[in-house]
Design a protein around this ligand. Structure first.
Ligand SMILES: Nc1nc2c(ncn2[C@@H]2O[C@H](COP(=O)(O)OP(=O)(O)O)[C@@H](O)[C@H]2O)c(=O)[nH]1
Ligand SMILES: [Mg+2]
Length: 182
């Protein structure tokens, strides 16, 4: 069965998203040989069922503790997974670090700009469409606690495809060159 991994730092809303996307058949287990637990469930994606995993929070793919180590191993265990990178919209740069690392490893990625309400309240403006264009990956703003954006997030998972990280740099360069010629 195809797997979808929810990844991101701690406290960005991964578990709220997981709970809303997964059905009732949720299973909690320890990662083999560790005391680190994670939750797994199923989700309907178009006309197929896929497995969705609430991966332990991690800041990067260079693990600093046991839980982060498990997060990295879970990613490496699932070479064919699609990754939903969950980012706290009020701290985008922090979340993008992990996103780029996951992309660099060749995984198809879709980005959930969660906590969109928090960013709004803090007057932080993010151009999700532009970020999507630069990254070459779907970017969806969400407020998981209010179930906002999650339908769109799920419907766009199929758009996630591997991205050349080099092309992201080109996209940024191409942008500034285009505006320079305006
Ligand atoms: N305001 C707001 N709070 C959220 C949102 N998503 C999650 N939260 C809250 O943020 C906290 C962390 O969420 P959680 O899912 O446990 O984060 P995780 O550590 O990434 O699994 C919880 O108190 C959630 O209720 C959101 O979009 N907006
Ligand atoms: Mg959690």
């Amino acid at each position: 069965m195809k797997k979808v991994l929810l990844m991101g730092q701690s406290n960005v809303g991964k578990s709220v998203i997981f709970n809303r996307l997964s059905g009732s058949s949720v299973m909690e287990s320890n990662y083999p040989g560790t005391t680190v637990d994670f939750t797994e469930g199923r989700m309907r994606l178009g006309d197929e069922w896929v497995e969705i995993v609430d991966v332990p929070g991690t800041f990067s793919l260079e693990p600093k503790d046991k839980a982060e180590e498990v997060a990295v191993r879970m990613l490496e265990d699932e070479k064919d997974a699609t990754v939903i990178c969950v980012i706290d919209s009020s701290k985008v740069e922090r979340g993008l670090y992990l996103t780029l690392e996951v992309m660099e490893r060749g995984y198809p990625v879709i980005i959930a700009l969660n906590m969109w309400d928090v960013a709004n309240n803090a007057n932080i403006k993010i151009n999700a469409a532009k970020l999507e264009q630069i990254l070459g990956a779907p970017v969806v703003s969400t407020v998981a606690t209010r179930d906002e954006g999650l339908k769109e997030l799920v419907s766009r998972i199929k758009e996630a495809a591997p991205v050349e990280v080099g092309s992201i740099i080109e996209n940024v360069g191409g942008e500034s060159e285009a505006s320079a010629h305006d």
